[in-house]
Design a protein around this ligand. Structure first.
Ligand code: GRF
Length: 207
């Protein structure tokens, strides 16, 4: 049986990426998928060394000075070499171009550290801290052309009671993200969200 192939896209620490790589080795993603590679948009992303420690192929596809469409074309060139079935964003700080979304409809996934209905954009934990939220909601969603607007697969509450600093909020949130993302990906790979995926297909392709 050929397993679905996933490509991971990162910009920073890559702690979610590492949790996924661990899960593919020996967690819920084991025997559900293989990782064809990790792409970073900047050469100094600390996650690159973490990926190399797992023996995964890494590629830096620099985004400096490129607009969304031009960078999307650059990403597509690497991705069409790797031929992943799914693209998993793990702290990837670039907007995904409409062309890339169209090339992988319903097959690009993201994790967002807040309820996407309440907050879109970077630094969701900083937002939670500034709003003094008593709880936040980690969201795993399919990627569409908007910023953090795609169909939600699942959300999970994180209590922020007593968390006074952004660092403490992020620590609590990330410890949930690490397990939750792999769980959601396993469900996606099992076909649990077929309706949501179908909803992202171009109209002519819908059954
Ligand atoms: C996470 O909070 C994730 O939800 C957001 O970016 C952060 C990435 O952290 N999209 P890491 O690079 O996985 O440690």
């Amino acid at each position: 049986m050929t397993l679905p192939r996933i490509a991971l896209l990162i910009s920073g620490c890559g702690s979610n990426m590492e949790a996924i790589l661990r899960s593919v080795d020996q967690g819920v993603l084991h025997r559900r998928c293989t990782v064809c590679g990790v792409i970073a948009n900047c050469s100094d992303a600390p996650g690159l060394d973490r990926a190399r420690a797992f023996g995964v192929e890494t590629r830096v596809v620099p985004s400096d000075g490129l607009g969304t469409s031009a960078y999307g074309r650059r990403l597509l060139a690497t991705l069409s070499e790797w031929k992943p079935d799914y693209i998993v964003l793990a702290g990837f700080m670039r907007i995904i171009s409409p062309e890339l979304v169209a090339a992988y409809p319903g097959r690009i996934v993201n994790i967002h550290p807040a309820d996407t209905a309440a907050y879109q954009g970077p630094d969701g934990y900083g937002w939670a801290a500034s709003q003094k939220l008593p709880e936040t909601m980690i969201t795993v969603h399919l990627v569409d052309e908007g910023i953090d607007t795609g169909p939600i697969l699942r959300q999970r509450h994180v209590s922020l009671k007593g968390a006074r600093t952004k660092a403490e909020i992020a620590r609590r949130g990330l410890s949930v993200e690490h397990e939750f993302y792999s769980e959601c990906l396993a469900e996606l790979l099992d076909g649990r969200y077929a309706d949501l995926v179908e909803g992202m297909m171009p109209r002519a392709g819908r059954g």
